[in-house]
Structure formats: structure tokens, C-alpha cells
Design a protein around this ligand. Structure first.
Ligand code: ZN
Length: 292
């Protein structure tokens, strides 16, 4: 299923599933069994997933649906308890950065307050940063409470996958005292979506093309098979340190081609349009606005 959080005109956020070009309202199509909130939905577990599957019919698309093009999509999960990000996790990106393979997966946080949805503007103040960079990433969405999970069991804890754009202020992240969380958590610096694609639809998350297009030009083009630390390892590693909750987002790192390591460097400008596209997950497109 392609699950979405969306906003019909004049109403609050709703939970939907995309069927045949329509968004089926899950609360209505399930007779009120499902909530309007993705995180609450994931907390309800497998039974809710099965209810959603049963409600995702073409008949319900006609009766309870709105055309996908007519609704405003939000981030599939606008309110996770955390967004955990992995750095330097593609061999090609390690090479371009001039570093070496990290002995332990490099981990940082993006605050949930940085999340925006498809079509929303990535905004920054030029007094705060002048080196805004793009990073296309595959994000994993946690489906159930995970603590001390083994690599063998890790996939059982995954609800699905999303595109993530790990927008990065390189001057804050690197040049001004290695402040990764500041550089990665500015407001609007975490576009997610457009869908949460459920795990069953992605046969092998370690073989997906990953692209980032800036104004239509592909500046990143790689594949998740280049991941150094694979998804089961990451879930096992992270869940030894802290509990992952339903709706938490683990974004797995970006491949080569980012702006900072290009010659000459490329940074995002006012008016640019960036699209992140992981195979099977749709397109996540956001305009850029520099505002003084
Ligand atoms: Zn990243």
C-alpha cells in the first residue's frame, strides 16, 4: 500500500491510502476503525494494517476517495518521536568526502520540527546559512516498538519506506564547529514523502535506484546496494542504544554527488526545485526559498 497523510480543503490531517489515482479516507472507509493520524495507525499494529488493506478497494476509492491530484499531501508522518539519520553510509559518498569507512555507523538526529511534506518550500535565512546542500535518501519507517532487536528479526519491525531529503547546511554542519544536528535540523530541512510505501511492496530495499534532481538535472544517481551498513544492522545497532517507536524514521545515508564535494561546489539557491526519487517510492519535490 501507498499510505498518505493529506489535508482536504477546510479539514485537518487525514490518513489515506492511494488506490487507482484516488486517496481513500481510511477513517471513513473502515467505518471509524482507523484513526486520522499515521503514527496512531502504526501504533495499532498488524490488525490496523490488515483493516487498511481490506479498505483499500476501488469501490471505496469511488465512494470515499478524492482524486490524488486534488488533495494536499503532507509528510506521511508529520510527528514521529524521532528522525535518526545515518551519515557516510555509501561507499561512493565516503570516497568523494575524502574520508574512510566509519568503524561504527555515523549517527545523528534531525529534529521532527524540521519535517515538511511534498511541495512545501525548503526555506533558509542567508544570515544563518549560505551553503544549503541536497541529500537523497531511503528512509525506513518503524512499525513496532523496537528495543534490542536482532539483525535476523529487524525486518519485522519495519512498516515501510519513504523518500527522505536530508537537507544540510554545510557551513553549520562542518565549518562552524562540527554542529551536525544544527546543520541538519533547521526548520523545513527534512522533506518526507509523498507516500509511506508498505514493506510488502519493496522486495529488496538494498537494490533501489536513488536519485536527486536539481532543476531536473540528476546530480545524484546511485543504488541502495552501495549501502555500507545495511538496514538490519542499523536497526539492531540503534535499538541497542534506545527504543525505536512506531512511526520513527531511520534515514539511511546519501550516495555520492552532493553539492559540497563537487568541483566547483553546488549549493541550493532561491527558486531551485529539488526532487528525491528512490525507486518504488514516488517523487518528493520541493521548491527552495531563501528569505532574508
Ligand atoms: Zn544524509
Amino acid at each position: 500500500m501507498k499510505l498518505v497523510t493529506y489535508k482536504p480543503a477546510g479539514a485537518g490531517p487525514q490518513l489515506g491510502v492511494v488506490v487507482d489515482g484516488y486517496v481513500v479516507n481510511m477513517a471513513e472507509a473502515s467505518g471509524g476503525k482507523l484513526p486520522n493520524d499515521m503514527r496512531a495507525f502504526l501504533e495499532m499494529g498488524d490488525a490496523a494494517m490488515q483493516t487498511a488493506q481490506a479498505a483499500a478497494t476501488v469501490a471505496n476509492a469511488r465512494e470515499f476517495g478524492a482524486a490524488l491530484d486534488d488533495v494536499k499531501l503532507m509528510a506521511p508522518i508529520p510527528n514521529p518521536s524521532k528522525v535518526v539519520a545515518i551519515g557516510l553510509n555509501y561507499m561512493d559518498h565516503v570516497r568523494e568526502s575524502g574520508g574512510s569507512v566509519p568503524e561504527i555507523a555515523t549517527m545523528f538526529a534531525k529534529y521532527p520540527s524540521s519535517i515538511i511534506g511534498p511541495g512545501d518550500a525548503i526555506r533558509w535565512n542567508p544570515d544563518v546559512t549560505s551553503k544549503v546542500d541536497f541529500e537523497a535518501e531511503l528512509a525506513v519507517v518503524i512499525g513496532k516498538r523496537a528495543r534490542n532487536v536482532s539483525e535476523a528479526d529487524a525486518f519485522d519491525y519495519i512498516a515501510g519506506y519513504m523518500n527522505c531529503h536530508d537537507v544540510s547546511a554545510r557551513d553549520l554542519q562542518i565549518e562552524r564547529g562540527d554542529q551536525w544536528i544544527m546543520g541538519k535540523s533547521l526548520d523545513t530541512f527534512c522533506p518526507l514523502g509523498p507516500y509511506l510505501v508498505t514493506r510488502d511492496e519493496i522486495a529488496d530495499p538494498h537494490n533501489l535506484r536513488v536519485r536527486c534532481l536539481v532543476n531536473g538535472e540528476a546530480l545524484q544517481d546511485s543504488n541502495t546496494k552501495e549501502l555500507i551498513y545495511k538496514i538490519p544492522y542499523l536497526i539492531a545497532y540503534l535499538s541497542r542504544g534506545f527504543t525505536l517507536l512506531p512511526g520513527d524514521v531511520v534515514t539511511t545515508g546519501t550516495p555520492h554527488g552532493v553539492g559540497a564535494f563537487r568541483t566547483p561546489p553546488v549549493f541550493l539557491k532561491d527558486g531551485d526545485v529539488v526532487t528525491v526519487e528512490v525507486e518504488g517510492l514516488g517523487q518528493l519535490t520541493n521548491p527552495c526559498v531563501e528569505e532574508g
